[in-house]
Ligand binder design. Structure first.
Ligand code: KG4
Ligand code: ZN
Length: 339
């Protein structure tokens, strides 16, 4: 088959990103313009500001991605774009841009599911990796344990009942006063703390062994902080961060290992922003080694939002024959496995 060069665009949240990916595995460029500094001022992502920033940056980001890849638009075969889930105004910028380029240059258009992109990030640095495998998807908006049956084909085994893992990191970080985005800050601070100093709850859901709940551990952290405040006691921040992180990581690893055993999976992967967490990567790697399971994880730059992962997922959709029309729209609530 002839080489397929994809220009991929991602704008579902607060990163404006474009990448050029060849044959679904080779990343020729990966440009990410982060808005984090801007949203920090407000303690979280402000959707309207995100949309406005995307429209300002998107052309430059795409130009840079083409330049870094040494490709012109004429040499691109397919335009891939995230169309959901995410912030509607933010998604619309990427979708409109992708449609305009595809229309003007008469290229096929492939809409990509953002979470499918996160999972596909694993293929970039593991050229021989193929489905089926078990994947834990942990991002700011999603926590899913899935069997990846084939490219873009998922069987959902478990999901969060309340907060996503990344959301819990962000909320706890804000409560401790670390600011936005919380995940990387807790990750860093936790390295100086003792993970067993405070016993936070590890939630189990009766009858749903692969589901998650993080609202309990979040409330426990808030109660701990309130009690210390009322008694004017100093808060051991690093110990608190390490203990909270351990509670989340323990549950993520435990449920993933249970699913691997129950479904006889010999390959385990992690994906999404929280998959860049140092403690999770280490704990999952150790748990897999102990059980002789093959463990896969993307480099941190491919865990958090990026367009390279969208280019990879777009390639496998394209190969399946997926083509979107000029009526492609943003789908902010697109569920995993939905189109
Ligand atoms: O996948 P992502 O970039 O965007 C979504 O699709 O949501 O994930 C962002 C989430 C945020 O909640 C952020 O705090 C979390 O991933 N995150 C981390 C780390 N880096 C990012 N959580 C824990 N440890 C990290 N190192
Ligand atoms: Zn994401």
């Amino acid at each position: 088959m002839k080489d397929v060069c994809i220009l991929a665009i991602e704008s579902s949240c607060d990163e404006t990103a474009a990448a050029v990916v060849q044959n679904g595995r080779t990343v020729l460029s990966n440009v990410i313009s982060s808005q984090i500094e801007l949203h920090k001022l407000y303690g979280g992502v402000v959707p309207e500001i995100a949309s406005r920033k995307h429209i300002e940056k998107i052309n430059q980001v795409i130009e840079q991605a083409l330049e870094d890849a040494g490709r012109t638009l004429e040499e691109i075969d397919v335009i891939g774009v995230t169309y959901g889930p995410g912030l509607v105004g933010a998604l619309l910028v990427g979708v409109a841009e992708a449609k305009a380029i595809a229309w003007a240059k008469k290229k096929p258009l492939v809409g990509v599911h953002h979470i499918e992109g996160h999972v596909a990030a694993n293929y970039i640095e593991h050229p021989d990796m193929e489905p089926p495998f078990l994947c834990l998807v942990v991002s700011g908006g999603h926590t899913h344990l899935v069997v990846v049956k084939d490219y873009g084909e998922f069987e959902i085994l478990g999901r969060t009942r309340d907060d996503a893992a990344g959301e819990a990191f962000d909320k706890v970080a804000r409560a401790i006063g670390l600011g936005y985005p919380g995940g990387p800050k807790i990750d860093r601070l936790a390295r100086e703390g003792y993970a067993r100093s405070i016993a936070f709850p590890r939630a189990k859901i009766a009858g749903a062994p692969y589901d998650f709940s993080f609202s309990g551990v979040k409330s426990a952290v808030l109660n701990y902080l309130n009690q210390h405040k009322m008694q004017s006691l100093p808060v051991p921040q690093a110990d608190l961060a390490a203990s909270f992180q351990a509670a989340v990581v323990d549950v993520l690893v435990e449920h993933t290992m249970a699913a691997a055993a129950d479904f006889q999976m010999d390959k385990v992967a992690i994906a999404g922003g929280v998959a860049s967490n140092g403690a999770l990567r280490e704990a999952m790697e150790n748990a897999c080694a102990k059980r002789r399971l093959q463990f896969y994880r993307p480099s941190p730059i491919f865990c958090t939002d990026n367009a390279a992962m969208i280019g990879v997922a777009a390639y496998y959709e394209y190969k399946k024959g997926v083509r979107h029309g000029w009526d492609l729209n943003a789908k902010p609530n697109l569920g995993l496995g939905e189109r």
